[in-house]
Design a protein around this ligand. Structure first.
Ligand SMILES: NC(=O)C1=CN([C@@H]2O[C@H](COP(=O)(O)OP(=O)(O)OC[C@H]3O[C@@H](n4cnc5c(N)ncnc54)[C@H](O)[C@@H]3O)[C@@H](O)[C@H]2O)C=CC1
Ligand SMILES: O=C([O-])CC(=O)C(=O)O
Length: 267
C-alpha cells in the first residue's frame, strides 16, 4: 500500500483524496493530513479515515511514502524541507515558491543528499514534455499569457488597488517577468514558475482579467533552436476555488498514479 500525507485540505487536497478513495489512484491510502483550518482537515478525515495531524512536524513523522503540499507558497519551504529531512518524497503544488532560487537550490541539494525526489506536476498547463526536450537545444523565448475571470484574480487585484466593479472589459493587469508575476499573483500564476523551471528560462508573463471569461486560459509560446511550441489550454475552474483549474488537481492525480506504472509516456 502506497501511503500519502496531505498538507492543505482545500480544492486540490480534497480532489486528490476523493480519487484515492474511489480507486482512481490504486493501492494508495491517505494516512495523515494537516490543514491550519481544522474544519477542512476534519472533512477530509471523514472521507479518508486519515489521522489529523496538529502540525507539519507531526505529519512528516508518520509512516509515509509521499507528502503532498497543496496549501500555499508560504507553506512550501517548511513542508518540503521537513519531508525530505524525514526521508519522504514530496510533491509540490505551490510551485511559485521555487521562484526563490536559493530555496529551490537548497531543496534540490537536500533531496540529492537524502536520496529522495521532489515532484512538480505540470499543474494547470500542458506542453512541458516538449519544452523539457527543447531545452536540450537553445531556448530563445518563453511567454505565458493567462486570461482569467475577474473573480479568480480577486485577492491579487484588490491588493494591487483595483476596484473590481470598474473592470467592464478585458484588461491587462500584469505584464512583466515570472518573478514579479508570482509576487503579485501568488495564488494565480504558479504555472509561470513551473513553465520557467521546465524551460530553464524565465518566462515573460501577461495576465488579463476578463469579466466575461468563464474559463482559466493559459497560452504558452516557446521559441527554441529545436522548434516553436504554441499551447493554448482553457481550463474549467473548481467550484469551491475558482482561482484553481480542475486540471491542476487532475495532473497531480495522474502523477501519483503514474509513480506505480511500468511504462512512462512523454519525456
Ligand atoms: N501548480 C499549479 O498549476 C497550481 C497550483 N495551485 C496552488 O496549489 C495550492 C492549493 O490550491 P487549492 O487547493 O486550490 O487551494 P485552497 O485555497 O482551496 O486550499 C488550500 C488549503 O490549504 C490550507 N493552508 C494554506 N496555508 C497553509 C499552511 N501554511 N499550513 C497548513 N494549511 C494551509 C488552507 O486552509 C486551505 O484549506 C495553492 O497554493 C495554489 O495557488 C493552484 C492551481 C494550479
Ligand atoms: O489553476 C490555474 O489555472 C493556474 C493557477 O491558479 C496557478 O498557476 O496558480
Amino acid at each position: 500500500m502506497f501511503k500519502i500525507g496531505i498538507v492543505g485540505c482545500g480544492a486540490i487536497g480534497s480532489f486528490i483524496s476523493k480519487k484515492v478513495v474511489d480507486g482512481t489512484i490504486k493501492n494508495t491510502k491517505v494516512v495523515a493530513i494537516y490543514d491550519r483550518n481544522l474544519n477542512k482537515a476534519e472533512s477530509l478525515s471523514e472521507l479518508t479515515g486519515a489521522k489529523i495531524c496538529s502540525s507539519i512536524d507531526d505529519l512528516v513523522k508518520e509512516d509515509l511514502d509521499l507528502v503532498i503540499e497543496c496549501a500555499s507558497i508560504k507553506a512550501v519551504e517548511d513542508v518540503a524541507e521537513k519531508s525530505l529531512r524525514n526521508k519522504k518524497d514530496v510533491l509540490i503544488m505551490s510551485v511559485g515558491a521555487l521562484a526563490d532560487k536559493e530555496l529551490f537550490l537548497k531543496l534540490q541539494n537536500l533531496a540529492k543528499s537524502v536520496g529522495r525526489k521532489i515532484y512538480l506536476p505540470s499543474g494547470a498547463i500542458g506542453g512541458l514534455d516538449a519544452i523539457k526536450a527543447m531545452r536540450l537545444g537553445k531556448i530563445n523565448e518563453v511567454i505565458l499569457k493567462t486570461t482569467k475571470p475577474v473573480n479568480a484574480l480577486e485577492d491579487a487585484l484588490k491588493n494591487l488597488g483595483y476596484n473590481l466593479k470598474d473592470i467592464k472589459n478585458p484588461v491587462v493587469v500584469f505584464e512583466g517577468d515570472v518573478f514579479e508575476a508570482i509576487k503579485d499573483f501568488p495564488m494565480n500564476i504558479n504555472v509561470s514558475v513551473t513553465l520557467s523551471i521546465a524551460a530553464e528560462f524565465p518566462a515573460k508573463v501577461m495576465i488579463i482579467a476578463d469579466p466575461k471569461a468563464k474559463l482559466n486560459k493559459h497560452e504558452i509560446l516557446v521559441k527554441s533552436s529545436i522548434g516553436t511550441l504554441k499551447v493554448c489550454i482553457e481550463n474549467v475552474p473548481f467550484e469551491e476555488n475558482p482561482k484553481t483549474s480542475a486540471l491542476a488537481a487532475y495532473s497531480a492525480v495522474r502523477l501519483i498514479r503514474d509513480l506505480a506504472e511500468p511504462v512512462k509516456v512523454g519525456t
